[in-house]
Design a binder for this molecule. Sequence first.
Ligand SMILES: [Fe+2]
Ligand SMILES: [Fe+2]
Length: 322
Amino acid sequence: MLYPTPVRLAHLTDVHLLALDGSRLRDFVNKRWAGGLNILVNRGRHHLAEVFDALVDDINALGIEQVACTGDVTNLSLASEFRFARAHFDRIAVGPANTLCVPGNHDNYVAEVAGVFEEVFAPYCAPDPEWSWPDGAAWPAVRVRGELALVGLTTSQPSGLLMGHGTVGAEQLARLAQVLADLRLAGQFRVVVMHHPSAGRHARSFRRGLRDHAAFADVIRGVGAELILHGHEHLDLRNQLAGPDGPVPVHGVQSGSYAIDSGRRRARYRVYTIEPGSGGPTGLRPVGGEAKRSPLIRPRLARVETRTWRPARANFEVEAVL
Ligand SMILES: [Fe+2]
Ligand SMILES: [Fe+2]
């Protein structure tokens, strides 16, 4: 007999791993000239692969079962950056089958790199075979792991000089509504994983926000979700969207590689503990001495822990429990 147990989901984001070794100057064309110089001067010294390695060590030591990354694994979408980032993600012990990554705007920086993220990070965004789209579309990427259903979206698009906005797009929104309403997920804890924030003032920003945030909110209002994770702002952001059964949390967290010991932006990630319900595939409960399926109750969020980089100890430790 299967008894349900709590599952933990780590959320990390915006590690912006910088590897200029091997990249050639001609890579820095188009938008990269403007963004690249700025990044080389500023960002490169703040986001350190060593900090991300320590984050991965922490996830591995805790034995966390599932990982979600909400994008911006690179800075300039250089092929060498994607390979460098991939090598560091490959240190996650539970592997790509249990680590879902979606692209950020920096992973789709200029038009000619469209599809490179999906190629280099293919095992990290592959859907379950039974959830693949008949027309070969890559997104939404749906994975069901026990009572967790992870729904990855792309919001990334080449956005023009000094811009960073994103869109879900009408077609992807229609598929998202279809997935979230699918009866196969009726007893699951549904987590939407995307780069851009979908609620609050950052979602409404013309320059950096989610252009179709209102249409996204309409989908959530209609069919619901249990948690929406995002990155992009490198800030601890906690908002919510209305759902059919009450508010749906919309959470962002700081970069997972920020090395400067500034309290507001120091590297962080979160660990969500989800307690089992009674409707998922493991939802068999002993009733009257027999295992029977009890009435449908979705799994629930039991604990949200923020873990923070401690430079003096070169490790991550619990900072707060929400
Ligand atoms: Fe970012
Ligand atoms: Fe971003």
